[in-house]
Design a protein around this ligand. Structure first.
Ligand SMILES: [Zn+2]
Length: 310
């Protein structure tokens, strides 16, 4: 019996070192298997439904409960994660984005990851970013003001890489950052056409339906993967509603459902919207254990896979 819960977050789970993208930040499939061995030996892996029940009803979870969550809807999840979970009789919770699946278009968050895979020299990376900013009408003074004012702390990235990501994920005007990301992607990533690249990267609608039919949980990670906290109420509502429509269409729960905040970012408006839409659980990127009955179910913290033996 336990009141503590550990939620673990995964992104890419695939063979990495001998692959086409050897620098992508993710978990080797063999390390994933070892981590599951570790959890099965030391913890009890619980389902999304268990977590909802334990958060709102008196249901107790088994000892040392761990809940496995997989963000972003990568093809890795159907190719490598699902077979491993099935073999072990475990449930995972998956949070795909709606736009890449509906439209077959590449999200900035992923384009940036593959730019970083393609160019590991940070000096070249940062000088290319600066050059692009100047090309897009940002003055040198404004650029350095951004460098000095942005929070460049991160658990896993250097200051330069964090700056690169933040500027292109959030800080610059949407059209400018989209244009810069697409130019840098062409420059540093040797990839097929966007449509083929997306087919390789993301799960299809059929893949997600398969996850559901195999007993996996599928929840919302919004439509576009924007930083919700940088948007006003109505824009956030639109992002969330579009993803709810998608969940409904594929047969995922839309009552007592689960939201996984892109970048872990949310604010008071987000919480108001989620309450209105009967969201049961919201999972963030804050690091730490959840105490059931005490932690706010819409603001549960998570650990990263890197916090556990692999
Ligand atoms: Zn994400």
């Amino acid at each position: 019996m336990s009141r503590d819960l550990s939620i673990v977050m995964y992104h890419y789970v695939r063979p990495i070192s001998n692959s086409k993208y050897p620098n992508i930040k993710g978990l080797e499939i063999d390390s994933f298997k070892r981590q599951l061995d570790y959890f099965q030996e030391n913890n009890s892996i619980v389902s999304a439904e268990d977590v909802i029940d334990a958060s709102y009803n008196s249901k107790k979870l088994p000892s040392n409960p761990v809940w496995l969550t997989f963000d972003d809807g990568y093809k890795d999840h159907i190719k490598f994660v699902l077979p491993e979970l099935k073999k072990r009789g475990l449930q995972g919770s998956f949070f795909p984005l709606a736009r890449p699946i509906i439209r077959g278009s590449l999200l900035d968050v992923n384009a940036i990851q593959f730019i970083l895979d393609g160019m590991t020299d940070e000096k070249i990376l940062i000088s290319s970013l600066k050059e692009e900013c100047l090309n897009h009408g940002i003055s040198e003074k404004e650029y350095y003001k951004l460098w000095n004012s942005l929070d460049k702390r991160s658990r896993y990235d250097t200051e330069s890489v964090t700056f690169f990501k933040r500027l292109l994920q959030r800080e610059l005007h949407l059209e400018i950052r989209m244009s810069i990301v697409s130019r840098l992607f062409k420059k540093f990533v040797k990839a097929a056409a966007e449509n083929d690249f997306c087919k390789e990267l993301y799960m299809s609608e059929a893949d997600i339906k398969q996850l559901i039919s195999e007993g996996m949980y599928v929840g919302s990670h919004t439509y576009n993967h924007y930083w919700l906290s940088s948007f006003n109420y109505n824009l956030q509502l639109k992002e969330i509603n579009l993803s709810m429509e998608f969940l409904e269409k594929i047969g995922a729960p839309t009552k007592n459902w689960i939201m996984c905040y892109p970048y872990g970012a949310y604010n008071k408006d987000t919480l108001r919207i989620l309450k209105k839409l009967n969201c049961a659980i919201g999972i963030t990127c804050k690091v730490g254990k959840v105490t059931l009955g005490k932690s706010d179910p819409l603001q549960y913290s998570r650990f990263d896979t890197n916090d556990y033996p692999q």
